[in-house]
Design a protein around this ligand. Structure first.
Ligand code: SF4
Length: 453
C-alpha cells in the first residue's frame, strides 16, 4: 500500500485518547495515509471514543450518525469506532449499525494497520481482546503531526489496577501495564529532536508506574531520567492517584526545575464517607497532608483536581465537606461533573442514587465557587513577571500570542509569531476567570536572523 489516502480521526475524551489517536495516525502513515481536515474528504473515518460519562457516549453516537450519512449519500468511506465505547459495546455496535466497518478497543491500537487493511478490503472487523500485559506492544512510531505543537504526550502505562466504584476505565482499558523506561526516554528524545519542549507523561495512575515489573524504574526515577534528556524544558504528568503520591515524587519537585509547578491531583470528594464508598483508599486528611508536603517542596505549586458531585448516598453534609476542601486547598481549577452511572460499575448497584436536580444544584454551587477561586488566582498574578512558553496565536487575534506559565496559567499578550516555541518574560496586567493578559517584557528584541532575512 503506497498510494496516499486520507484518514479523519474524531477524538473524544481524555489525553489518553488523544495520544492513542496520534499513535493511530503514526501507524497508518506507514500505509500512505495522510490526515484529512474534513470528514467529507476522508477515505477512512475513525471515532476514538470515550465512555467515562454518558454524555460523551451520546456525543459519539450522534457524530457516528453524521458520518454514516456521508456513506449513505455516496462517499466511499470506511468507518470505524475505536476506544472505550468500542471496547464496552463491541459486537453490539456492529449489529446496531450495519454500515459500520470496524470496531476495536484501546488494545487494538497497536494492531490498527492490519485491522484497517481488512476493513478496507470489505471485511467487517471486531477486535476487543485484551493483549498480554507482560508483552504489551506499546507503539513507538512518532505521530507525523508531532513537533507542530510545543508540547506532546508520552504514554508511560496503560490500563488501571484500581477499582474506583464509579469508574469504567478498568473495564474498557484493562489492567495496568508499564511501558519500559528505555522506550519512554527514546520517545522523549525523538520528540525533542522534532522541536517539542514540553513533555506530558500520561497514564491512568502514573504514581504506580513500574511497581509491578521487577527491575523497572519507579515513577520518581522516571521523572529524573526524562528531565536528563537535553532539550526538555518542561515536564508535566497526569493522572495521579493521591494514595500513591510518594515522598520520592515530592522530592523530585525540589530537585527538578523542569518539573512544572502544577499538579492535577484528583480528589473526587472531600467526605471520607464518600471516598470510602468510591473505594479511593485515602482520606481527606491524607490528601491534605500530601498537599502540605508538595507546597513545602514547591511553594508556588498550583493545584487542580477532579470532583464528582452527587455520588450515590452523598448527603448535604458530605457535599459541605467537598466545598470546604475546595476552599481549604484553594484549587486554581477543577473538572467537576455530576455523578453519571456507567454500565458494569459497582456504584451503579448502590441503592441511594440522587435526583438529578440535587446533583445539578450542587454542581452549580461548586463551579461558581471554583470560578471565584480561579479569578482570584489569576488576579493575584497581576503586576508580576512570569515566564511563558508560547504555544501559538490566540484563536481570536493573530497578533496576540498565547502560552502558559509553569503553573499552567494561560497568558495572552501582543507579540510576533516568531515567539512560538520560546519561553519569554511577560508582565501580567489583568487576571480573568480562565486566563490572564499581559505585556511581553522585551519587545525591543528583533526576530532571529534566520527569520528576518
Ligand atoms: S484510578 Fe480509579 S478513577 Fe482512575 S482510572 Fe483507575 S479506577 Fe478509574
Amino acid at each position: 500500500m503506497s498510494e496516499s489516502r486520507r484518514v479523519f480521526i474524531h477524538t473524544f475524551g481524555c489525553q489518553m485518547n488523544e495520544y492513542d489517536s496520534a499513535k493511530i495516525r503514526a501507524q497508518l502513515s506507514k500505509d500512505g495515509f495522510v490526515a484529512a481536515d474534513d470528514p467529507t474528504q476522508a477515505d477512512l473515518i475513525l471515532l476514538n471514543t470515550c465512555s467515562i460519562r454518558d454524555k460523551a457516549e451520546q456525543k459519539m453516537h450522534s457524530a457516528l450518525g453524521e458520518y454514516r450519512n456521508l456513506k449513505r449519500y455516496g462517499q466511499p468511506v470506511t468507518i470505524g469506532v475505536a476506544g472505550c465505547v468500542a471496547q464496552q459495546e463491541g459486537k453490539t455496535l456492529l449489529d446496531r449499525y450495519p454500515d459500520l466497518d470496524l470496531v476495536f478497543g484501546p488494545d487494538g491500537v497497536p494492531q490498527v494497520r492490519g485491522l484497517v487493511r481488512e476493513a478496507m478490503a470489505g471485511k467487517r472487523m471486531l477486535d476487543t481482546e485484551f493483549l498480554d500485559l507482560e508483552t504489551y506492544p506499546f507503539v513507538s512510531d512518532i505521530d507525523p503531526e508531532a513537533g507542530k505543537s510545543v508540547g506532546a504526550f508520552v504514554t508511560i502505562q496503560k490500563g488501571c489496577d484500581n477499582r474506583c466504584t464509579f469508574c469504567i476505565v478498568p473495564t474498557t482499558r484493562g489492567d495496568e501495564a508499564s511501558r519500559p523506561s528505555a522506550e519512554i526516554v527514546a520517545e522523549v528524545r525523538a520528540l525533542v529532536d522534532r522541536g517539542v519542549q514540553e513533555i506530558t507523561l500520561i497514564g491512568q495512575n502514573v504514581n504506580s508506574y513500574g511497581l509491578k515489573v521487577s527491575g523497572e524504574k519507579t515513577f520518581a526515577e522516571l521523572l529524573y531520567l526524562v528531565a536528563a534528556v537535553p532539550g526538555v524544558s518542561r515536564i508535566r504528568y497526569t493522572t495521579s492517584h493521591p494514595r500513591d503520591m510518594g515522598d520520592d515524587v515530592v522530592q523530585a519537585y525540589r530537585d527538578l526545575p523542569a518539573l512544572t509547578s502544577h499538579l492535577h491531583l484528583p480528589v473526587q470528594s472531600g467526605s471520607n464517607r464518600i471516598l470510602r464508598r468510591m473505594k479511593r483508599f485515602y482520606t481527606r486528611e491524607h490528601y491534605l497532608a500530601v498537599v502540605d508536603k508538595l507546597r513545602d517542596a514547591r511553594p508556588d505549586i498550583a493545584l487542580t483536581t477532579d470532583f464528582i458531585v452527587g455520588f450515590p448516598g452523598e448527603t448535604d453534609e458530605d457535599f459541605r465537606e467537598t466545598m470546604s476542601l475546595l476552599n481549604e486547598v484553594g484549587f486554581v481549577n477543577s473538572f467537576s461533573f455530576k455523578y453519571s452511572s456507567r454500565p458494569g460499575t459497582p456504584a451503579l448497584r448502590l441503592p441511594d442514587h440522587l435526583e438529578d436536580s440535587i446533583k445539578g444544584a450542587r454542581l452549580t454551587e461548586l463551579q461558581t465557587r471554583q470560578r471565584e477561586l480561579a479569578l482570584a488566582w489569576h488576579r493575584s498574578l497581576e503586576g508580576s513577571e512570569v515566564s511563558v512558553l508560547v504555544e501559538g496565536p490566540s484563536r481570536h487575534d493573530a497578533g496576540v500570542m498565547c502560552g502558559r506559565t509553569a503553573t499552567n496559567a494561560m497568558v495572552n499578550f501582543p507579540g510576533p509569531e516568531w515567539l512560538i516555541g520560546r519561553e519569554v518574560p511577560v508582565r501580567v496586567t489583568r487576571g480573568f476567570t480562565n486566563s490572564t493578559r499581559g505585556d511581553w517584557i522585551s519587545p525591543e528584541l528583533s526576530a532571529p536572523a534566520e527569520l528576518s532575512a
